[in-house]
Design a protein around this ligand. Structure first.
Ligand SMILES: Cc1cc2nc3c(=O)[nH]c(=O)nc-3n(C[C@H](O)[C@H](O)[C@H](O)COP(=O)(O)OP(=O)(O)OC[C@H]3O[C@@H](n4cnc5c(N)ncnc54)[C@H](O)[C@@H]3O)c2cc1C
Ligand code: FES
Ligand code: FES
Length: 425
């Protein structure tokens, strides 16, 4: 078990000791004096703190944009962080920076590092991104001065500048990818006696740890986290601190997506962004729902399991999962068990699970309903939580509705009532 974190920063390996609650934004600005990253909102809403993170999955390095204000530094083991300092310099701008300049898409420059890195993540992950994908990756980057018309023109200038897609890759990337692929992952455990952080690489290691540290479980002193998009906002903005954070994001078994004709199963660590890309053809209603949530730099770290277990009265995946009869598989000291999503909520922020149990996977039946629909009402179209949301699933035979499931959530009233799913058969 390691106490220090080894990660790559703009192509160079770094070995550091971090505190449990330190974010990537704090690490870069306060400890490493890389001030290109900016802090705007500090809670995932503005994109000023965007970094690119490269991580190994299924034998390949994948890149994503991530909100540095929500991403805990202790999760960085084996990952590659690319910041604006890792792109061009005064002598030679990176093609993305040059395109931004030509499109007049920067003025005060506060948002520009974040905008540049969102574009970099897009081009590293997709060779020929569409304009729609460009819009999707940039919807979380707010700009107070330039206006979005010029930012939207950046791809046009970029097309003129790039001779081939290799030109977009920083020159240290290939060598770093090789090192990342050979990196041996180990558990991380750091604890200053007030706040601890444990990040296992397997569910077995997690079980062993929980069994050998009853002091954490008995006192209910633990909090699981995955993306941290809820937990870290709680820590930084609402003073909700925990004795021990248990990170599930590095466990490989929780990263699986499997499906056949009858069902789709998502590991408890699968991010919303991965889901959007993977299930578009299998369960388009679910992809569409997740496109209405957060922004790319939050969706790339936030998970479906976190959305369920956070037990927010307006968690957008929940009504849909209830309506289609999704089942959770829970793991923990007593072994694996299953429970329907509709039975998982016992009241406001109360779940039908023990504090030391985690969501291993979510299974969604496929082909049961002829009509599935999710609707969300929010103050803004992008990056806003629901005021009201609802989902409906209908089974229709010979023009007659045989089964109807309707589930709905509401921001204020639900605090006093319970989440409801009506079943009419
Ligand atoms: C800017 C912003 C916009 C947002 N917009 C929306 C929105 O439009 N709609 C919406 O529904 N939500 C929204 N959210 C909320 C959030 O993104 C989601 O709830 C997200 O899916 C949480 O996932 P996570 O992995 O980040 O959870 P974390 O923050 O890591 O954890 C959240 C909770 O779930 C628990 N948990 C996490 N994983 C597991 C697991 N496998 N087993 C058991 N417990 C677990 C944690 O202990 C914690 O209590 C937004 C958040 C932000 C910051
Ligand atoms: S500082 Fe606004 S998203 Fe991180
Ligand atoms: S250029 Fe000033 S905020 Fe975007």
């Amino acid at each position: 078990m390691k106490k220090t974190i080894s990660f790559f920063l703009n192509g160079t390996i770094r070995e550091i000791q971090v505190k449990a609650e330190t974010t990537v934004l704090e690490l870069l600005r306060n400890s490493l004096e890389l001030n290109g990253i900016k802090e705007g909102c500090g809670e995932g809403d503005c994109g000023a703190c965007t970094v690119v993170i490269g991580e190994v999955r299924e034998g390949k390095v994948h890149y994503k944009s991530a909100a540095g204000c929500l991403y805990l530094a202790a999760k960085l083991e084996g990952k590659h962080v690319i910041t604006i300092e890792g792109l061009g310099d005064r002598e030679k701008l990176h093609p993305i920076q040059e395109a931004i300049l030509k499109a007049h898409a920067t003025q005060c420059g506060f948002c520009t590092p974040g905008v540049s890195l969102s574009i970099l993540a897009l081009f590293l992950e997709r060779k020929n991104p569409t304009r729609e994908e460009f819009r999707r990756y940039l919807e979380g980057n707010l700009c107070r001065c330039t206006g979005y018309v010029s930012i939207r023109k950046v791809p046009e200038y970029l097309e003129e500048l790039i001779v081939c897609s290799e030109d977009i890759r920083p020159n240290y990337l290939t060598e770093t990818e090789e090192k990342q692929l050979n990196f041996i992952q180990e558990d991380i455990y750091t604890d200053d006696g007030i706040h601890g952080f444990y990040s296992p690489v397997s569910e077995e290691n997690l079980l062993d740890f929980l069994q050998s540290h009853p002091e954490f479980t008995e006192g209910n002193n633990i909090r699981f986290l995955n993306g941290g998009s809820d937990v870290v906002v709680g820590i930084k903005k609402h003073g909700q601190h925990y004795r021990l954070l248990l990170d599930l994001s590095r466990i490989e078994t929780l990263q699986k997506i499997t499906y056949d004709e009858k069902s789709l199963t998502l590991g408890g660590g699968v991010s919303l962004a991965r889901m959007i890309d993977t299930v578009q053809d299998i369960f388009p209603e679910f992809s569409d729902t997740m496109l209405k949530m957060c922004s790319e730099q939050v969706r790339s770290i936030a998970t479906v399991a976190g959305n369920i277990a956070n037990a927010s009265p307006v968690a957008d995946t929940v009504p849909l999962l209830m309506a289609v009869d999704a089942i959770l598989t829970i793991n923990g000291g007593k072994g694996l068990r299953t429970i329907p999503v509709r039975d998982f909520f016992k009241g406001y922020k109360k779940l039908a699970k023990q504090a030391d149990e985690w969501i291993n996977s979510i299974t969604i039946p496929l082909g049961e309903y002829n009509f599935i629909h999710f609707e969300k009402v929010s103050k803004r179209r992008e990056v806003d939580i629901s005021s009201v949301n609802s989902a409906i699933a209908l089974k229709v035979e010979n023009g007659i509705i045989k089964t109807a499931h309707v589930a709905s959530e509401m921001l204020e009233e639900v605090r006093n009532t319970e989440r409801q799913c009506y079943r009419i058969s």
